[in-house]
Design a protein around this ligand. Structure first.
Ligand code: SAM
Length: 338
């Protein structure tokens, strides 16, 4: 089957990396047909259950659909190709579109498709049994039958201000989710956030059924983190209240580390220079992580990645513009034989 992933286009290459990680997590055999910042099309041997699992994880994709055909904007080509498509004889239908081209008139395209696909069929825009999606780009038009809409509202609903314990230090939930996805953590893995703060990353991991361990030097945040995790019905967690230099006394054999390092502005470093704190942090993360374990680290200073490279192999770096004065770097490290 051919699939299309319609990306949100947020944060440059992050939607691509997130989706490829999720395909790997679900061990999907696939061949890339097309990949760019707008979309991914693949041909894959994949069942509905796997598509559902991937859809549950993603945060920077809008929809996953079965790619029916691609076409130029020529109405004749669109019509000829649409006429060859076989969809169920029964079921209500909706034709939806996302227009990413300034030059192409979406109404004309929807009208052409509507004349073919809605023939002898009930149109139901709100709750159709069949949803035909039309992604219009400058290059070409992608017609798909939607399989899963990603529930992106959930991330908005979990924003800090809606959690029982509130602090602005936490990343947007969709970014925390992306970090968890980049780490490729699976259900039975143990994931540690050694600078867990209010628990933003642990919440996203916990919702996916990943076993979570947290730690923070600030006792108030540790209590707040526990409160937040319980609020989202996450019950299997342990949270420590230790300095990063002490975690190896209590924690070992961790599969995955996902964390957002303190960056010395609103998030305290207790007066310690960042270089010293980060060296201690990378050293101890290395100590508690299993061999081949993955660490996804959020940093506010690109130069600090070098400290991580003394302990780990660097796999990838993504820069994320959080707001005007704050760019964050997500570095993906792997524990090799260094
Ligand atoms: C960027 S915040 C993490 C925010 C978190 N991801 C959240 O969702 O709230 C960094 C955290 O590191 C903690 N921290 C700072 N210095 C520490 C240290 N030496 N050992 C352990 N935790 C520390 C801070 O208390 C803060 O909560």
């Amino acid at each position: 089957m051919k699939l299309i992933f319609d990306f949100s286009k947020e944060y440059k290459n992050l939607p691509i990396a997130e989706t490829l990680s999720c395909l790997k997590i679900e061990k999907i055999n696939y061949k890339i047909i097309e990949l760019n910042q707008e979309l991914l099309t693949i041909s894959a041997n994949i069942n509905n259950n796997k598509i559902t699992q991937i859809a549950k994880r993603l945060s920077l994709t809008y929809n996953i659909g079965e790619l029916l055909f691609t076409s130029s904007k020529s109405p004749q080509e669109l019509k000829n190709k649409a006429l060859k498509v076989k969809i169920n004889n029964h079921g209500s239908i909706a034709i939806k579109y996302r227009n990413r081209s300034k030059d192409i008139d979406s109404q004309k395209i929807v009208k052409t498709l509507g004349e073919i696909f809605t023939l002898n069929r009930k149109v139901n825009l709100n709750n159709p049994e069949i949803e035909i999606r039309c992604l219009i780009t400058n290059k070409q038009i992608y017609i798909s039958r939607n399989i899963k809409k990603i529930d992106r509202d959930q991330y908005e609903k979990r924003k800090v201000q809606f959690r029982p314990f509130f602090s602005p230090i936490s990343l947007h939930p969709k970014l925390s989710r992306v970090m968890v996805n980049l780490s490729m953590a699976r259900k039975n893995d143990v994931l540690l956030d050694p600078f867990c703060g209010t628990g933003g990353i642990l919440i996203e991991a916990g919702i996916l059924g990943i076993k979570t361990i947290g730690n923070d030097i600030d006792k108030k945040l540790v209590e707040g983190c526990k409160q937040n995790l319980k609020h989202y019905n996450i019950s299997h967690f342990t949270i420590y209240n230790l300095d990063i230099g002490e975690i190896n006394n209590k924690i070992s054999k961790i599969d995955i580390v996902v964390t957002d390092f303190p960056y010395g502005k609103s998030t305290t470093t207790k007066g310690e220079e960042l270089e010293s704190l980060y060296t201690r942090a990378f050293n101890n993360i290395n100590y508690v992580l299993k061999k081949e374990g993955i660490a996804v680290i959020g940093l506010a200073d690109k130069d600090m990645i070098k400290i991580g490279e003394k302990f780990f192999s660097l796999e990838n770096v993504f820069d994320i513009r959080v707001h005007n004065s704050l760019t964050r770097y997500f570095a993906v490290f792997i524990k090799s034989n260094k």
